[in-house]
Write a protein that binds this ligand. Structure first.
Ligand SMILES: Nc1c(NC[C@H](O)[C@H](O)[C@H](O)CO)[nH]c(=O)[nH]c1=O
Ligand SMILES: CC(=O)[C@@H](O)COP(=O)(O)O
Length: 165
């Protein structure tokens, strides 16, 4: 289902585990910070709404989305988190750089999910223009940060429940 047909901010708390006992890492790209701050706000509000405590939410900034992978890896190694959310916004420019940044982050986040035992949530906007980013960071299509927070809670719960299987 395309985002245009699904509001990214909708969630049913009855279907979401309580987040109070999980530690969350959030790595935020400073590129397009007028967008990434909105994504972070959506994620933070959803985590707190679902029971997370501010003491259990660790935020680090990185220069751009390409650095999200390294930031998430260091967060996993040093901070004893249950899950990491990577937040970035890549907007198409004149060159192929967009494609390489998007692919690099996509593959890097995938690799962290495969190579570590901590889930890494992919909250990366990969948009053709700024309006698409505005629409998905608290605009008409909701907030992808909210969606990422809910995914983070669910994946932290899955990890906890699968530890002793
Ligand atoms: N153009 C965008 C970038 N570019 C910067 C890269 O992410 C990276 O920081 C640089 O190549 C140095 O390694 N980053 C974004 O997050 N969004 C963009 O639209
Ligand atoms: C995704 C990017 O790095 C891009 O915004 C840079 O713009 P350009 O391709 O015009 O150099």
């Amino acid at each position: 289902m395309a985002t245009a047909n699904k509001n990214l901010s909708n969630y049913d708390k009855n279907t979401i585990p309580n987040a109070k006992n999980f530690r969350f890492g959030i790595v935020v790209s400073e590129w397009n910070d007028h967008i990434t701050e909105g994504l972070y706000k959506g994620a933070l509000e959803a985590l707190l709404d679902c029971g997370a405590t501010k003491e259990n939410i660790i935020r680090w900034n990185v220069p751009g989305s390409f650095e999200l992978v390294y930031g998430a890896q260091r967060m996993i190694v040093t901070q004893e988190v249950d899950v990491v959310i990577t937040i970035g916004c890549v907007i198409k420019g004149e060159t192929m750089h967009f494609e390489f940044v998007c692919e690099g982050v996509t593959q890097g986040v995938k690799d962290l999910n495969v190579q570590t035992d901590v889930p890494v949530i992919f909250c990366l906007l990969t948009d053709n223009n700024e309006q698409q980013s505005i629409d998905r960071s608290g605009g008409v299509h909701g907030n992808k940060g909210t969606e990422a927070a809910i995914a983070a809670i669910k994946m932290a719960d899955l990890r906890r429940n699968s530890e002793n299987k």
